[in-house]
Design a protein around this ligand. Structure first.
Ligand SMILES: [Zn+2]
Ligand SMILES: [Zn+2]
Length: 328
């Protein structure tokens, strides 16, 4: 055990200087415990024990953390075991600690490994592309649906999840309005994950920061990119987006421009304009798909005005028919 004693003496003098942001909690022959932090959320405790034939056998490693998932801890433990085995017959404690500290440094997704595997398993299909840049904390997802695609860049900040994931759209053939709306909605959702609401209701539980990556990716991939190209106009029941993305309409006055209303259903501009001008108007026009009242900046008229306009339009139509009759 003289070997272990000497190694522990060295650890006491070198631990904090060689391993950035570390704290030696216990340092006995029975066990060694060291806390290693990169950030508040990238923090773990390494527990080491020496077998009878140490250093001929690898040091026994156990990892604990309040913020890193059990599954990932088991994975880190495995590769740290392999690292220890490289030093059989030699001092293993410092090399193992250095290795674990470096792992935290090199893997920005340590704090969201569960979220990342959800995205891989549940959101991304075989036709999509996903690139994970572990060190810089960047996730590039190129997501396809029918002939449409959107390439998104998610960046995990160093202080994640206390700071929200940032989202950027890199390339797409979606209509302008949709591309902007999707990213804006996701960015707002991310903001709500880390910012307490302005108006707090008395019964609300105390605000807690929520991880934002999974929620935003789910909204963008499942709720937007995979959804809109398969969505049909609530009036004419045809696909809202043209089959050929080169025919996408970005002119808001064009009849095939796609409109998104408050309930989330989609319409062609021409279809909803016609629908909004047609009775019944009582209680406001309702979405034909879900029955909710239609709210949209373009059609902000009261049922009464709509009724009057309709009557006026009908009268004009009758006059026109009379003229046609007369001429015919
Ligand atoms: Zn339509
Ligand atoms: Zn609706």
């Amino acid at each position: 055990m003289a070997f272990v004693k000497e190694e522990l003496d060295e650890l006491r003098t070198k631990c904090t200087s060689e391993i950035e942001n570390s704290e030696l909690i216990t340092c006995h022959q029975a066990s060694v415990r060291v806390k290693i932090s990169k950030t508040k959320f990238k923090t773990l405790v390494v527990c080491l024990q020496f077998g009878d034939d140490y250093p001929k056998s690898p040091v026994i490693i156990e990892l604990k953390s309040k913020t890193i998932s059990e599954k990932l801890l088991a994975g880190i433990c495995n590769i740290a075991d392999a690292e220890a085995k490289k030093y059989l017959g030699k001092k293993q404690v410092l090399p193992v600690l250095v290795f674990i500290r470096q792992f935290l440094e090199d893997n920005a997704f340590v704090v969201c490994s569960d979220e990342l595997s959800f995205i891989k398993k549940e959101l991304i299909t075989s036709e999509d592309e996903l690139k994970v840049k572990q060190k810089s904390g960047i996730l590039i997802a190129n997501v396809f649906e029918k002939n449409y695609f959107m390439k998104l860049k998610f960046t995990i900040p160093n202080t994640y999840p206390e700071e929200q994931v940032s989202i950027e759209q890199k390339e797409t053939n979606f209509p302008d309005l949709f591309e902007k709306m999707c990213v804006a909605r996701a960015t707002e959702l991310a903001r709500q994950c880390v910012t307490p609401p302005l108006k707090k209701r008395p019964k609300d539980p105390p605000f807690e920061v929520k991880p934002s990556l999974k929620l935003c990716a789910e909204l963008l991939i499942r709720g937007c990119i995979k959804r809109y190209p398969t969505e049909k106009c609530a009036v004419c029941k045809e696909y809202v987006f043209p089959t050929d993305p080169t025919h996408v309409v970005n002119d808001p006055h064009h009849g095939r421009h796609v409109e998104w209303v408050y309930c989330g259903h989609l319409f062609h501009n021409g279809c909803i304009s016609e629908y909004m001008k047609t009775p019944p108007f009582t209680g406001g026009k309702k979405c034909p798909a879900c029955g909710k009242r239609i709210y949209h900046d373009k059609w902000k008229i009261t049922p009464k005005t709509a009724e009057e306009r309709w009557a006026h339009e009908q009268a004009r139509q009758r006059e026109l028919e009379e003229v046609v009759d007369f001429l015919g």
